[in-house]
Design a protein around this ligand. Structure first.
Ligand code: AMP
Ligand code: MN
Ligand code: MN
Ligand code: MN
Length: 294
């Protein structure tokens, strides 16, 4: 990797991870763009789960707000039996192979949602599928988050965090195991479309050190180049841990709130600390791919 000579750009207020109503966020791409600008974001990416259908709206909204924009998505992958998320940044929003890969990845969410609903019915929670659907903005993208909102609405739980602790996670009622995309495929879809692949929130996975090492080794072998260091999912200790990993493996670092909703997200757009100054920011690899407002 190049020696770091991009010190000023490391301090850029970049927020390269958030969700709209096109996946499991509660704000539209236009509302997110306005909120990002109000909160001081300078470079923004909308990264809906397994979906790029909101990218042209986000691009136009970013331009209207005077924000620099990178295209984005967050792909669900199964690696060593765990779900891992791979963020893609700076790809061509009209790339057919990426669109096809994401369509395959979304496929199966519907059947999984029905099974989740059946599983919840067995513990006395009825009508969860219909209840979750009320929160779905994109019929192809029903997610656990939409079920969580229904269980909060019906006061089964006090907040979405409690829903995930008591339901919807491995071993709990409502959890349905699912096989997502393969790591190599997800990285390939992103990179062949001109983008950079980034391991999202690595601190969230329940891997042993050996499994985590295997994840990053395979990710890099497939052409992955980035890791989220500063994210709404990491503690301060995890910022330091994954900054060290980025240095050790020569990975570029990303920063993103993972904002979903004003009512649910702990970290708002643009509010995280800056990346450590010696790291190579992922946006320095993507200078040519940034859309600047006219
Ligand atoms: P899915 O893609 O349907 O498996 O849903 C995954 C989404 O659920 C994540 O992107 C988060 O938005 C949400 N999620 C997962 N774990 C939690 C948690 N512990 N608390 C709140 N939301 C969560
Ligand atoms: Mn989500
Ligand atoms: Mn994620
Ligand atoms: Mn996310």
């Amino acid at each position: 990797m190049e020696p770091n000579n991009a010190a000023p750009s490391v301090a850029l207020n970049a927020d390269l991870h958030c969700h709209s109503t096109v996946s499991d966020g509660t704000l539209s791409p236009e509302e997110l763009a306005a909120r990002a600008r109000e909160r001081g974001v300078q470079l923004w990416a909308l990264t809906d789960h397994d979906e790029i259908g909101g990218q042209h709206r986000a691009l136009r909204a970013a331009a209207a707000q005077g924000l620099d924009y990178l295209t984005g998505t967050e792909i669900s992958v199964t690696f060593a039996g765990e779900t891992v998320h791979i963020v893609g940044l700076g790809f061509d929003a009209d790339d057919a192979e990426l669109a096809e890969g994401l369509a395959c990845t979304r496929n199966g969410r519907q059947a999984r949602a029905m099974e989740m609903s059946d599983s919840l019915a067995k513990v006395g929670i009825r009508g969860a599928y219909e209840g979750a659907l009320k929160y779905v903005g994109n019929p192809d993208l029903i997610s656990r988050t939409h079920f969580a909102r229904f269980l909060v609405e019906t006061r089964v739980c006090g907040d979405t965090g409690e829903v995930f602790r008591r339901f919807l996670t491995d071993g709990k009622p409502g959890f349905v195991p699912h096989r997502w995309a393969r790591l190599g495929d997800a990285v390939h879809w992103i990179t062949q479309a001109g983008g950079v692949a980034v391991v999202a929130h690595p601190g969230r996975y329940r891997f042993s050190p050996t499994e985590e090492y295997a994840l990053f080794t395979e990710f890099q072998a497939h052409g992955g180049q980035g890791v989220e260091v500063v994210t709404g999912s990491h503690s301060t200790a995890e910022y330091a841990k994954y900054a060290d990993l980025a240095r050790e493996l020569g990975l570029a670092a990303s920063r993103g709130s993972d904002f979903h909703s004003p009512n649910e997200s702990r970290i708002d757009l643009g509010q995280l600390p800056a990346l450590p100054a010696d790291l190579t920011p992922v946006w320095s690899l993507l200078a040519e791919r940034i859309h600047h407002p006219a």
